[in-house]
Design a protein around this ligand. Structure first.
Ligand SMILES: Nc1ncnc2c1ncn2[C@@H]1O[C@H](COP(=O)(O)OP(=O)(O)O)[C@@H](O)[C@H]1O
Ligand SMILES: O=P(O)(O)O[C@H]1O[C@H](CO)[C@@H](O[C@H]2O[C@H](CO)[C@@H](O)[C@H](O)[C@H]2O)[C@H](O)[C@H]1O
Length: 421
């Protein structure tokens, strides 16, 4: 397999640029940092950590002497040892993945360790989740879902730390963590993936909002508001919460300014002074506000509806932010703001329906206020955080879905015009 790895560089570079989870737009040299054969023979399964343009990525490659037709779409290149392909599409190899990783526990990694008390069934039929986002997820039977992170950052990982802490305080509305795939990298224990309880038959909030009856979704938005508030209360119990000093709001304003500069969004040149003025208004605010650990990337796609209740998933934080920033306490309203942005997306995707957006917003905030402080009591902070997310979204849509860029751009105009988005 090593010969194959040596000859893979160019083919991997071409393949990487086509992957939704690849953060760059171009690929320079792909350097294989660590290659581990998890399954020997034909088919073979290889785990790779590669360095590309200063970032580290995790890849799973399969190799077969003859590639069957149903894996033709996953082909990457031919090598003297056989065809190399994206192994996450290979159900046969993926059903052996967890067992192969478990057998490596105690080594430098990659290895899988179950959480204490978790009953993990190995060898179940495996399938890759069709919609790849920032990472790649595999479902085993109807029991487990393994999220494999693609861009790998050394250090404590919010998805693991938050789930463990939420479990310890008996939190509802989150999926149970069942195990962790990790490796020692740069001398630091590093999370490569998380195994969680799978919720069979669930629908994500985005699908429900955009394909179901719009009026029927309004009470669901209220229920979602209550669920988010309960998770916030559990996070505060688990990690503590504090009322920030005035200087913290200066920090928030400075942080938002820096993000606007760093995102460098040319489409917003005309709006920039008004956006910066909205951020500066934070400096005049007096609390009470709450700083605590939050979800960090909450939107309708991160809320799963099953058996009449909401479960929040993906506590990874915004994948583009450094881990240190994602692990820091933030305003609880950040999650509220990003969910409100999601309602705006749902209402302006297809035929715009501002009245429905407003109904969802009110219902969600009322639901949240039934458990914790009413987000509508902090309009200046809420709008600044919504603006920040919308600015990020303009950059995100330009990079990934240029046809959608009008949604966050329209929202920024409305927020600056004093309307609720
Ligand atoms: N516990 C779960 N049960 C059922 N489906 C899940 C679960 N967790 C995630 N999913 C599905 O997998 C998809 C991707 O998961 P997510 O954690 O959001 O990954 P990403 O970081 O790539 O966005 C979700 O949109 C959802 O459809
Ligand atoms: O789920 P991810 O962590 O990969 O989040 C990224 O992709 C999201 C889109 O899939 C993006 O969300 C934006 O579009 C959603 C509709 O598709 C909408 O509900 C969100 O409000 C909007 O921000 C997210 O911003 C990005 O980080």
């Amino acid at each position: 397999m090593n010969t194959a790895v040596d000859t893979l560089g160019t083919a991997l570079a071409q393949w990487l640029v086509g992957q939704r989870w690849y953060a760059g737009t171009d690929v320079g040299e792909v350097r294989v940092e660590r290659a581990t054969t998890l399954v020997h023979g034909d088919p073979a399964l290889l785990h790779l950590l590669v360095q590309v343009d200063g970032e580290r990525y995790q890849l799973l490659l399969g190799r077969r002497a003859t590639l069957p037709d149903d894996l033709a779409h996953a082909w990457i290149c031919d090598t003297p040892e056989g065809a190399v392909y994206a192994a996450t599409h290979d159900g046969e190899l993926m059903s052996r993945l967890l067992g192969a990783l478990r057998d490596r526990a105690g080594g430098p990694g990659p290895a899988f360790d179950p959480e204490p008390g978790a009953h993990v069934v190995h060898g179940l039929p495996a399938r890759v989740v069709a919609v790849e986002q920032s990472n790649t997820s595999l479902v085993f039977g109807d029991r487990h879902i393994l999220k494999l992170y693609r861009r790998i950052l050394p250090g404590p990982h919010p998805d693991v730390d938050l789930h463990r802490a939420l479990h310890d305080v008996g939190a509802q509305h989150v999926a149970r963590l069942q195990g962790v795939v990790s490796a020692h990298l740069d001398g630091v224990p590093t999370v490569l993936g998380v195994l969680q309880e799978y919720l069979p038959g669930c629908h994500d909030g985005w699908t429900l909002a955009t394909t179901g009856d719009r009026d029927a979704f309004v009470p669901e938005a209220a229920a979602l508001g209550r669920s988010v508030a309960r998770v916030h209360a559990a996070l505060a119990r688990a990690f503590g919460a504090r009322n920030p000093a005035v200087s913290d709001l200066n920090d928030t304003a400075d942080h938002l300014h820096r993000r606007l500069t760093a995102l460098g969004v040319p489409e917003l040149a005309d709006h920039e002074p008004a956006i910066r003025a909205a951020y500066d208004r934070l400096r005049t605010l007096r609390g009470p506000f709450v700083l605590q650990r939050v979800h960090g990337d909450l939107h309708l796609g991160q809320a799963l509806h099953t058996n009449g209740r909401w479960t929040l998933i993906d506590f990874e934080g915004e994948p583009g932010r450094p881990l240190e920033e994602r692990n820091a306490p933030r305003h609880a309203l950040q999650d509220v703001a990003t969910m409100l942005r999601s309602f705006d997306y749902a209402a302006h995707h297809g035929e715009p329906d501002p009245k429905w957006a407003s109904a969802l917003r009110e219902a969600f905030c009322a639901g949240y206020a039934a458990v914790l402080d009413d987000p509508r009591d902090q309009p200046v902070l809420l709008h600044a955080l919504e603006l920040d997310k919308a600015v990020y979204e303009v950059a995100y849509e330009r990079a990934h879905r240029p046809d959608w860029i009008g949604i966050p751009l329209g929202a920024i105009t409305r927020i600056l015009g004093g309307e609720t988005a």
